[in-house]
Design a protein around this ligand. Structure first.
Ligand SMILES: *Cc1c(COP(=O)(O)O)cnc(C)c1O
Length: 382
């Protein structure tokens, strides 16, 4: 079945007793046992909740995995998966990645005895160089946040498998509609479902999908033991958003292509980062994904342009998130990537002239008009 159909059908034919089209929200935290040693499949909501289960089955199917787990945020999903590692383990991580993931790794998990090396995963030799005798895992974002660099997932996950490392892919930017990392050899997929999957800037959620039964059992134990679960109301809201994912992703991408072209031609813009604009990234992306997504970033010519540009926007909001229907602009240096040390930011290319756009589903002409006016104002001011 096609992804569009799978998405729309989420929750249907699941509540057979009533025939509900929209699966109900089960608020009950406790479930009566039919008898000693018997269970309806539900005992206590942290372990399993009917509404959450429908969502978890849906994401597992969309990612073509063994099992899904819904968490109370993307960070909770990543933290839960990191419970698969033990003191002394080392992980190799994408060089430019979501700042919150960097903060979790460096400020929290290093205190638990894990260590991390950051490498440009477009280069398999850089991965080999980063490896140590303690390496046990690799954490990949592709395309990366915010520079949209594309990692060849089959190559890097293949290397991980050869070395016996667990490969984890943060698939937030692509969603299963455009990319299924497990089919390319990844062991685990994580999502900030707060972004495209939810799609409306109104629910904070994370998802995990495991590729094998053994991993599913281990993650199920962690999910239950740590309690990083998503509540039933938010599970329902997330499923409601996911039903329109296909339509939204197509429009996000169409608009992103139009904006990338406009920005690439603008005299106030030095560089635009979008997978179609780099021949190498495009070639890899075409091989492993069905699209390029709705995220792009660009570097203006002068850092002095940033403040007047942001204050001249009327339609597009200067706000810190992505993946919703509304177009948002972020300034990574002071927002999403503020916790990444300057030395790493510089190496990566997250400078004070870089702006990131989460392209929404408005009419592209209106977005271009807004960007055009703000860029022209900023250039006059400089
Ligand atoms: C937002 C984000 C996260 C964190 O997710 P939350 O839902 O905000 O906790 C992780 N990875 C990526 C790529 C993100 O964009």
């Amino acid at each position: 079945m096609h992804k569009e159909t799978q998405l729309v059908q989420i929750g249907k034919n699941k509540d057979r007793g009533t025939g509900a089209i929209s699966y109900p929200v089960y608020h009950s935290t406790a479930y009566q046992h039919p008898g000693l040693g018997e269970s309806t499949g539900f005992d206590y909501s942290r372990t399993a909740n009917p509404t959450r289960t429908v969502l978890e089955e849906a994401i597992a199917r969309l990612e073509e995995g063994d099992a899904g787990f819904a968490c109370c945020s993307g960070m909770a999903a990543i933290q839960t998966v990191m419970g698969l590692f033990s003191r002394g383990d080392h992980l190799i991580v994408s060089l430019d990645l979501y700042g919150g993931t960097y903060r979790l790794f460096e400020e929290v998990l290093t205190r638990y005895g894990l260590s991390f090396s950051y490498a440009d995963l477009r280069d398999p030799e850089a991965v080999e160089r980063a490896a140590t005798s303690r390496t046990r895992g690799i954490f990949i974002e592709s395309p990366t946040n915010p520079l949209m660099r594309v990692t060849d997932l089959a190559v890097i996950c293949g290397m991980a498998r050869k070395h016996g490392w667990l490969s984890i892919v943060d698939n937030t930017f692509m969603t299963p509609f455009f990319q299924q990392p497990l089919a390319l050899g990844a062991d685990v997929v994580v999502h900030s479902a707060t972004k495209y999957l939810g799609g409306h800037n109104d629910v904070l959620a994370g998802l995990i999908v495991t590729g094998t039964r053994d991993l599913s059992e281990r993650v199920a134990d962690l999910h239950n033991a740590v309690g990083t679960v998503l509540g039933p109301q938010d599970s329902w809201l997330l499923m409601r958003g996911m039903k329109t994912l296909a339509l939204r992703m197509e429009k996000h991408q169409k608009n992103a292509l139009a904006l990338a072209r406009f920005l690439d031609d603008h005299p106030g813009v030095e560089a635009v980062f979008y997978p179609t604009l780099s021949p190498k990234d495009r070639e890899v992306q075409d091989r492993q994904a069905y699209g390029y997504g709705g995220m792009l970033s660009f570097r203006v010519k002068d850092a002095e342009m940033v403040a007047p540009f942001l204050s001249s926007l009327r339609l597009i909001s200067f706000a810190e998130s992505l993946g919703g229907v509304e177009t948002l602009v972020t300034y990574p240096v002071t927002q999403t990537h503020a916790d990444i040390p300057e030395s790493i930011r510089k190496r990566v290319g997250v400078c004070d002239r870089l702006l990131r756009v989460s392209v929404g589903i408005e009419h592209a002409d209106d977005l271009i008009e807004d960007l055009s006016r703000a860029l022209d104002r900023a250039r006059v001011t400089v």
